[in-house]
Design a protein around this ligand. Structure first.
Ligand code: 9UX
Length: 80
């Protein structure tokens, strides 16, 4: 069993900013946050209604921006 701290340090964490169209209320923010958090490899999600964007930190060995975009689009929003 790897020490989780050491394993975490070895992961290739990346941050991506997604510009999202179609969020109109905090329910949308919750929905977008939820679908992004469900993508395997995602470690943190910050969604801003005002800035119409999501900042996502993920392990690049497990997730990629195309998957993150697809998750948001699957929830009914557009990623531009
Ligand atoms: Mo608000 Mo959004 O009533 O998916 S939740 S518009």
């Amino acid at each position: 069993m790897l020490n989780p701290v050491i394993a975490g340090a070895a992961m290739a964490m990346e941050t991506v900013q997604l510009n999202i169209q179609g969020m109109t209320c905090n329910g949308c923010v919750k929905n977008v946050t939820g679908v992004l958090q469900k993508v395997p490899g995602v470690s943190s999600v910050e969604v801003s209604l005002e800035q119409r964007c999501a900042k996502v930190v993920y392990n690049s060995a497990e997730a990629n921006p195309a998957q993150l975009k697809a998750a948001v689009e699957g929830a009914g929003f557009e990623v531009i």
